[in-house]
Ligand binder design. Structure first.
Ligand SMILES: Nc1ncnc2c1ncn2[C@@H]1O[C@H](COP(=O)(O)OP(=O)(O)OP(=O)(O)O)[C@@H](O)[C@H]1O
Length: 259
């Protein structure tokens, strides 16, 4: 049986200067190698969860552990990819990718060499000397993903990484991400507002429907990938929409119309 990589136990959190709880006695576990998606309405605290996982914020009570150690011990093993790629426009693609290694104290030449060895895999080798403004949205996200992986690749936190991409690029990026996840045996927590995206990608989807984040519903998806939005996945989607909106179930709406 696979062990857990990150555990929240009865975690509560509020930002200083406000007494409002954003997270209230929240507990969950993520297993090594899992691909998990978090869905919640805007402003309920998904980014705050990531800030706690990267130790940018500390809980007011409860514990967060990484492989059964305090979360701060895992910092070099956790990579974070923000919603906006935050690439430095004055650095080349190679130098952007090498940045986390330089920040870890590795000298520039070695950092470049290490980052360079990943570029082909990330389909970026022909663009290494370009600048971010010369790349497409999908390419920029691949650089950002590589940068997150070079910060720490045991657990990757992806905050709505594809929300700004067009539908076709997004589909290509889904396939590519799943390949990366399999090849590198990654554990991924992926925040999205897009229910289809969550159902197509994840082993498990957490649905947080209100603030403070406390309880959640989850669906475990066993269907093999690549997936299509039909049958069981479509039923899950209807159920998730209902949980997020607290609307009556779709079938009862249909019934009302019919009778
Ligand atoms: N630095 C801060 N100080 C005080 N309150 C904050 C701070 N950052 C976020 N909040 C509040 O905490 C709550 C959760 O914010 P958070 O950004 O985690 O939500 P989110 O689910 O990631 O939102 P979105 O989906 O819009 O990105 C919100 O009510 C927000 O106003």
């Amino acid at each position: 049986m696979r062990s857990s990589i990150i555990d929240f136990e009865q975690v509560s959190f509020s930002y200083p200067k406000t007494s409002e709880l954003v997270i209230d006695e929240l507990s969950f576990s993520i297993t090594e190698g899992e691909f998990v998606c978090f869905i919640a309405p805007s402003g309920t605290g998904k980014s705050t969860l990531f800030r706690l996982m990267t130790s940018l914020e500390l809980p007011i009570s409860g514990t967060i552990s990484f492989r059964n150690q305090p979360i701060a011990e895992g910092m070099k093993k956790i990579g974070y990819m923000p919603q906006r790629d935050l690439l430095l426009e004055w650095r080349t693609i190679l130098d952007n990718a090498a940045l986390p290694l330089e920040l870890q104290g590795i000298n520039k030449k070695k950092a470049r060499k290490m980052a360079s060895s990943y570029l082909e895999e990330f389909q970026l080798h022909q663009h290494s000397h370009k600048y971010p403004h010369q790349l497409s949205g999908g390419m920029r996200q691949r650089v950002s993903f590589l940068r997150a992986m070079l910060s720490g690749k045991d657990l990757l936190l992806l905050d709505e990484p594809f929300s700004a991409l067009d539908a076709m690029t997004r589909m290509t990026m889904h396939e590519w991400l799943l390949q990366m996840w399999k090849k590198w045996k990654l554990t991924i927590i992926f925040v999205t507002h897009d229910i289809d995206e969550a159902l197509l990608l994840a082993d498990r989807v957490f649905i947080f429907s209100k603030k403070p984040l406390s309880s959640y519903n989850q669906c475990v998806i066993k269907e093999t990938r690549p997936r299509q939005m039909k049958n069981e996945l479509f039923e899950w989607k209807q159920e998730i929409v209902q949980q997020l909106t607290e609307a009556p179930p779709i079938h009862s709406l249909v019934k009302e119309k019919l009778f």
